[in-house]
Design a protein around this ligand. Structure first.
Ligand SMILES: C[S@@+](CC[C@H](N)C(=O)[O-])C[C@H]1O[C@@H](n2cnc3c(N)ncnc32)[C@H](O)[C@@H]1O
Length: 228
């Protein structure tokens, strides 16, 4: 009963139409897992992540980006498919599957939890068995703070995976890769809680905001702040 009242008050707060849209996209996410036999839907709280306590301090819960919202975003952006796509904090790999479905040729994920990395790889194996995909997948089990980006990584995706301490290190590492090959890259930041840090660290060439079925993205095109 308490649950029903909580749901009703949520509906009242965010409005009926928005609640229906949100409910629809969440239901679709369930359907997506059932249809293909994936495991991407269920959340994993930070205390259940198989990483060191010092790493948990900066992390957020595993929760996946919504399939329909991401599909629609990719359609709107029309990013060239030859770009290398990388999800920083990829969890169970749902974003990687949708990126491959869009057609990115190289799809990379970084995830510090060994369990989630293993689940992502299982989901990818199922995807490959069911789709005639040309995408090359690579899931790397490493703390994002320690990952040195390649100087051909061009599309960076983040769904609010960690706090400012780790984000600062990750942004520094992206800048290092830009120094090696100064280029304009895309940064897709979902639920962009620390966007001011991105905006002060990088030169923002463009920034667009999207709310797609009640899921928020900021999409930047960025360069090095100054040619050092
Ligand atoms: C909100 S989930 C997003 C998952 C996925 N990107 C998506 O959108 O479906 C954040 C993910 O980042 C991972 N994560 C948190 N801190 C990390 C770190 N320092 N290095 C690598 N992965 C991290 C978590 O384990 C979790 O899987």
């Amino acid at each position: 009963m308490k649950k029903i009242f909580t749901r009703l008050s949520q509906v009242k707060n965010i409005g009926l139409k928005r609640s229906i849209l949100k409910g629809y996209s969440l239901l679709y996410d369930r359907y997506y897992d059932i249809k293909y036999g994936y495991d991407t839907y269920s959340w994993v709280p930070v205390d259940k992540l198989d990483v060191k306590n010092s790493q948990k301090e900066h992390a957020v819960i595993y929760q996946a980006t919504r399939v329909i919202s991401l599909r629609r975003l990719f359609k709107k952006l029309s990013i060239p498919k030859y770009h290398s796509f990388i999800d920083i904090g990829c969890g169970k790999g749902r974003v990687l599957l949708v990126a491959a479905e869009y057609g990115f040729e190289k799809v990379k994920g970084i995830e510090f939890s060994p369990n989630l990395t293993e689940i992502a790889n299982k989901n990818i194996s199922k995807y490959k068995a069911q789709h005639n995909s040309n995408s090359f997948f690579d899931v790397i089990n490493i703390d994002a703070a320690d990952y040195k980006f390649s100087n051909i990584d061009n599309v960076f995706f983040l769904y609010n995976p960690f706090d400012e301490v780790i984000l600062e290190k990750v942004l520094d590492n992206i800048c290092e890769s830009l120094k090696g090959n100064n280029r304009r890259v895309w940064m897709i930041y979902a639920n962009a809680i620390h966007r001011e840090l991105v905006e002060k660290t990088m030169k923002i060439v463009s920034a667009e905001e999207f709310n797609i079925l009640e899921f928020d993205f900021v999409v930047y095109q960025v360069e090095l702040l100054s040619a050092e």
